[in-house]
Design a protein around this ligand. Structure first.
Ligand SMILES: *Cc1c(COP(=O)(O)O)cnc(C)c1O
Length: 369
């Protein structure tokens, strides 16, 4: 049995008729840039995230960048985020001219260690980006308490957490602004790049609307220096069809996660902890193993896709040498990078597939004990 880490084809097969019709409709209309489907998707996504505004943009990275810029982040500022995140979070900070300031993670949930957050705040700190990594929300009450005390902007990186909830409230509605990615493998994925920004702040929404569209409100009248960072109409049409299924897909992910956790109790792997405040949407199902590399190779031989998110922490990346960090600066992040393994996770998994994967893990453990 061949099982990929992520399966995006099955989802398309199941919805192909409706998606094909919608895409053809956009092609007939020809409103490819900020067309009708973008406006409708923004309305749908606003409702979904329980926010006043949603704006379609070109990617998750651009969503983060525009959010920071709209919130006033500029050269010379500092923005705090987690050392264990996808590089795009930190790239977006760099693109504003601000300096990324990293802090270590809480090894229980792989998110920001909030006990270290306040210590990282300086006079230059302007914003904080809590990353809801793997689909589990950060403890936002704590984040907001520290942000309020220090007058900081809170930009959620919700790129892995579409539909996740914190104490019953949707991600995207928890900070000042939030960034989503619709990269094809995300819980809500387009057929190419795409992203969105959600906020309740009218001023931020207005600024982002201009920034994504050459800095103009009125055509050819450019009030601020802007970008070309719009969501394609065709992608919006695809996303509108898929959004209707997101809750059902997230529920399936949660069920598969529960199944994995139950079966993996009989192994030495450390399974994910779901925090009391969290409705976790399991973008990734991440476990820990003391023999991580050997286990991945073993699974590969069995044609089971497994990944590492992420194998090289930000402070060890060539591109971020200039932050001046060294080995040992973020011990929990470094330890996780050596032990974590992402098992196949997508809504269309089956019980048979999970049994097969767990059986392979047990086989590995037996041969390596
Ligand atoms: C995917 C992702 C991004 C970037 O999104 P793109 O659409 O690929 O630009 C940013 N942050 C996190 C945590 C992500 O997982």
């Amino acid at each position: 049995m061949k099982i990929p880490l992520v399966d995006i084809q099955t989802q398309y097969q199941n919805l192909s008729q409706e998606i094909n019709e919608k895409v053809l409709y956009v092609m007939k209309r020809g409103d490819f840039i900020l067309g009708e489907e973008v406006k409708l998707f923004e309305e749908d996504f606003t409702k979904y995230c329980q926010t006043k505004y949603a704006l379609g943009v070109s990617s998750g990275t651009d969503a983060l960048k525009l959010s920071l810029l709209a919130g006033g982040v500029k050269e010379g500022d500092e923005v705090i985020t987690a050392a264990n995140t996808f590089v795009a979070t930190v790239d977006a900070i760099s693109q504003t001219g601000a300096k990324p300031v990293l802090i270590d993670i809480n090894p229980d949930n792989y998110n920001l260690d909030l006990n270290q957050l306040e210590k990282a705040v300086t006079k230059k700190t302007k914003a904080i980006i809590p990353v809801h990594l793997y689909g589990q929300p950060v403890d936002m009450d704590k984040v907001k308490e520290i942000a309020q005390a220090n007058n900081l902007l809170v930009v959620e990186d919700a790129c892995q957490a579409h539909g996740a909830e914190y104490k019953g409230k949707r991600t995207g509605s928890l900070g000042d602004i939030a960034a989503f990615s619709f990269y094809p493998g995300k819980n809500l994925g387009a057929f190419g790049d795409g992203g969105a920004i959600t906020t309740n702040n009218e001023e931020f929404a207005e600024k982002i609307r201009m920034l994504r569209h050459y800095g103009q409100k009125k055509k050819y009248f450019h009030e601020i220096k802007g970008f070309n960072n719009r969501l394609d109409t065709i992608q919006a049409a695809v996303l509108r069809v898929k959004l209707k299924h997101l809750d059902e897909w997230n529920k399936a992910r949660g069920n598969w996660a529960q199944k994995y956790t139950e079966l993996l109790k009989e192994t030495s792997l450390i399974t994910p902890k779901i925090e009391s405040w969290a409705d976790h949407v399991f973008h990734l199902y991440v476990v820990r193993s003391q023999k991580r590399d050997e286990l991945i190779n073993f699974l590969k031989e069995k044609e089971i896709g497994a990944g590492i998110h992420y194998p090289v922490p930000i402070h060890f990346q060539e591109a971020y040498k200039d932050l001046g960090h060294k080995k040992g600066d973020f011990p929990m992040t470094e330890k996780a990078a050596n032990e974590i393994i992402s098992l196949p996770m997508f809504p269309e998994l089956t019980e048979e597939k999970i049994n097969y994967i767990v059986k392979a893990i047990k086989e590995f453990e037996k041969a390596n004990s």
